[in-house]
Unconditional design. Structure first.
Length: 363
C-alpha cells in the first residue's frame, strides 16, 4: 500500500510541488493578515496567492483530460477576460455617471469632482491611444513619452493594492470582548448637530456594544473622539455624546476626547484617554468610521501606537467611488517619499533607455 502511494506521488511530483507552493503562499498571506491586517504588504501577498491558485487550478483541470470540463473552464476564462476588458474600456462612463450622481446629491465641492476628473482623464488617454499622434516621432522621443505611462502603471498597481487591502480589512475578525469603542468624529451640521454620516458611526458602535453584551460580556465604554472646529459651536465629541445618550447609552459609559483635529490625533488622544481610564495600555479597543475610511484610519492608529482595528459602517454606494479615490490619495501621501522615489526611478529608466536608442547602443 505504501509503495503504491509513493509511486503515485512520484508520478505527480510536479503537481504536488505546485500544490505546496500554492498552499504556502496562502499560509504566508493568512498569517501576515491575521497578525497585522494594517499592513499594505498584505494586498501583494494576497495577489500572489490568487495567481498561484489560478495556475494550480489551470494545471489541475488540464491534467484531467476531461474535454467538457476543460471547455467550460476555457469559456469561464474568456468571459472573465472579456468582462475585465469591457470594464476597463468603459470605465470612463462609470466615473462620469458617478460624478453626475454625486454632484446631484452632495455638496458642490472640488473633492466631490474627483471621479469627473478621472473620467475625463481616461477619455483623453483613450483618444491619444486611438489617434496615435506620436507615431511619426523619432523612436527615442517615443520612449521618453512612455515614461508617464510607466509612472501611471505604477500608480494603478498601488491603487490596486490599496483596494485589495481595503476590501480585506472589511472582514477583519470582530472579537466581541472590547473594553473601549472609539467613534471617530466628523463635521457637525450647523455647528452643533450630528450629521447622518456621523450618526451612522455612532449607531454602529452602539450596535456593536449591545451585541457584545448579548454574548454575555461586559458593556464596553464609548470614546467619542473629535475636537471643536473653527465653525462649530460645540466639540464633535460633545455632540456625539448627546446623540448617544438620547439613544439609551448611560453617561458613565461615555468618555470624551475633544481635542483632536484630524484622524491621527483621534487615534493618539483616544489611546491616552483609554489608558488613563483603564489604568494601563493593556486594554482592548475597536474604532468606528465609515467602511471606506477604516483602512486608512487603521494606518493612523498603527502610527499613533493604538493597538486597535476598525469596524466600518454602511455608506451609500454612489458615494463610495469618490470617497475611495480620496482615501487612496491620502494613503498615497502617507508614503509619498517611497512613491516619489519609485516614480523617479521609472522615469530614469526610460531616460537611459532613450539615450541608448539615440546613441545606437540598442537596435
Amino acid at each position: 500500500m505504501m509503495i503504491r502511494i509513493f509511486e503515485i506521488l512520484n508520478q505527480n511530483r510536479s503537481f504536488i510541488i505546485l500544490s505546496l507552493i500554492m498552499l504556502t503562499s496562502f499560509a504566508v498571506f493568512l498569517i501576515s493578515w491575521l497578525k497585522e491586517p494594517r499592513r499594505l504588504l498584505n494586498g501583494i501577498l494576497f495577489t500572489i496567492f490568487l495567481l498561484m491558485l489560478g495556475v494550480w487550478l489551470t494545471v489541475m483541470i488540464l491534467s484531467t483530460s476531461i474535454r467538457p470540463l476543460i471547455l467550460a473552464y476555457e469559456i469561464i476564462i474568456v468571459l472573465f477576460i472579456a468582462a475585465i476588458t469591457l470594464m476597463a474600456a468603459f470605465s470612463w462612463l462609470f466615473f462620469l455617471w458617478n460624478a453626475y450622481i454625486v454632484w446631484k446629491r452632495e455638496s458642490h465641492t472640488l473633492s466631490n469632482l474627483l471621479t469627473l476628473f478621472i473620467g475625463i482623464g481616461i477619455i483623453v488617454i483613450w483618444l491619444i491611444a486611438l489617434i496615435g499622434p506620436f507615431r511619426n516621432l523619432p523612436s527615442w522621443v517615443r520612449i521618453l513619452l512612455y515614461a508617464p505611462t510607466g509612472a501611471l502603471d505604477y500608480l494603478l498597481f498601488v491603487a490596486y493594492d490599496f483596494l485589495v487591502n481595503l476590501t480585506l480589512y472589511q472582514i477583519v475578525p470582530r472579537q466581541y470582548d472590547q473594553d473601549y469603542l472609539i467613534v471617530l468624529g466628523a463635521g457637525l451640521s450647523h455647528g452643533e448637530t450630528v450629521t447622518p454620516l456621523l450618526a451612522s458611526r455612532i449607531n454602529r458602535a452602539i450596535e456593536y456594544a449591545q451585541k457584545q453584551v448579548t454574548k454575555g460580556r461586559k458593556m464596553p465604554k464609548l470614546i467619542m473622539s473629535g475636537g471643536k472646529g473653527g465653525d462649530e459651536k460645540v466639540s464633535e465629541a460633545q455632540a456625539m455624546t448627546e446623540y448617544a445618550i438620547a439613544r439609551g447609552i448611560e453617561p458613565n459609559q461615555i468618555l470624551l476626547e475633544d481635542h483632536s483635529k484630524n484622524t491621527f490625533q483621534n487615534m493618539k488622544f483616544s489611546a491616552q484617554v483609554a489608558a488613563k481610564d483603564f489604568g494601563s495600555k493593556d486594554y482592548r479597543a475597536k474604532f468606528f468610521s465609515n467602511n471606506y475610511h477604516i483602512f486608512r484610519a487603521s494606518l493612523y492608529a498603527k502610527a499613533a501606537g493604538l493597538n486597535a482595528n476598525g469596524v466600518g459602517c454602511y455608506t451609500r454606494f454612489y458615494f463610495l467611488p469618490n470617497a475611495i479615490v480620496r482615501e487612496f490619495a491620502a494613503v498615497l501621501l502617507l508614503k509619498k517619499k517611497r512613491h516619489i522615489v519609485a516614480i523617479l526611478l521609472i522615469i530614469l529608466f526610460f531616460i537611459i533607455y532613450a539615450l541608448f536608442d539615440l546613441t545606437g547602443l540598442i537596435h
